[in-house]
Design a binder for this molecule. Structure first.
Ligand SMILES: Nc1ncnc2c1ncn2[C@@H]1O[C@H](COP(=O)(O)OP(=O)(O)OP(=O)(O)O)[C@@H](O)[C@H]1O
Ligand SMILES: [Mg+2]
Length: 234
């Protein structure tokens, strides 16, 4: 780790080349987030929020710059190290859920534990606990196409939490939920975060979610907007 940072970004750039030119999805981002934080990322559509989360999740690499999470250099790590990072350190709730369509709710939630080498039998109590936590015990045998949008989202959250990750990344985790379920999900994430997760990073458009954060990152056009409190900038 760099200092006491759980997450350390230095001059991170991610560009995409397309027919019409180069898009600077992230444009020289530097950031330090200490362990124990609940961080929200806000900003208009297209400002680079999902791009940032993909980099933190080791799903994509920066065009230039440095990213260290829990001391692991994601910008230079090999595929094996990245796979191990995703399996052992990370939980991620994708913007569009990425549930596996041929697997039931229960199997989706169980999968990260099996990938880690746990037996289905050993994983079962944890899977039950997660399904109960998000209120989906009664839907555990359903396939994703048999779920509402909010139920898919809660399944994705249960899957992300199943492996007790040190870093939880969530892209609009309450975007498809009514306010009662959104509040419930946020309370759950915060409760778990305060117990076990070192850092929780949530992309949100919700002011009420952002208001709960220990630090807020505001983005515009691939850059972090400096402000008075929180870890942004630097
Ligand atoms: N694979 C890609 N190829 C080219 N451009 C891309 C690609 N992925 C993202 N972009 C561009 O990068 C910019 C940032 O995209 P990103 O998905 O990070 O935005 P976002 O802040 O998550 O937006 P939203 O709130 O709509 O989800 C956008 O202008 C987008 O068009
Ligand atoms: Mg996005």
């Amino acid at each position: 780790m760099v200092g006491d940072s759980m997450i350390h970004l230095r001059n991170v750039t991610r560009t995409y080349s397309s027919g019409s030119g180069v898009v600077r999805a992230l444009d020289g981002i530097s950031l330090d987030i200490p362990a124990g934080g609940f961080v929200t990322v806000t900003g208009p559509s297209g400002c680079g929020k999902s791009t940032l989360l993909n980099l933190l999740g080791g799903l994509d690499r920066p065009t230039s710059g440095e990213i260290l999470v829990d001391g692991i250099p994601l910008h230079s790590a090999g595929e094996r190290a990245l796979t191990s990072y995703r399996r052992n350190t990370l939980g991620i709730v994708f913007q569009f859920f990425n549930l596996l369509p041929a697997m039931t709710v229960r199997e989706n939630v169980e999968l990260p534990l099996l990938l880690r080498g746990e037996s289905a039998r050993k994983a079962a109590p944890r899977v039950d606990e997660m399904l109960d936590l998000v209120g989906l015990s009664a839907r555990s045998g359903h396939f994703p196409h048999q779920l509402s949008g909010g139920e898919m989202q809660r399944t994705a959250i249960a899957r992300a939490l199943a492996g007790c990750p040190r870093l939880l990344l969530a892209d609009e985790p309450t975007g498809n939920l009514d306010s009662a379920n959104a509040a419930r999900v946020c309370e759950t994430l915060l409760k778990i975060a305060s117990q076990k997760i070192a850092v929780l990073v949530i992309v949100t458009h919700s002011e009420s979610v952002a208001a709960m954060a220990s630090a807020r990152i505001r983005m515009l056009d691939g850059k972090i907007i400096p402000h008075n409190n929180g870890p942004a900038g630097g």
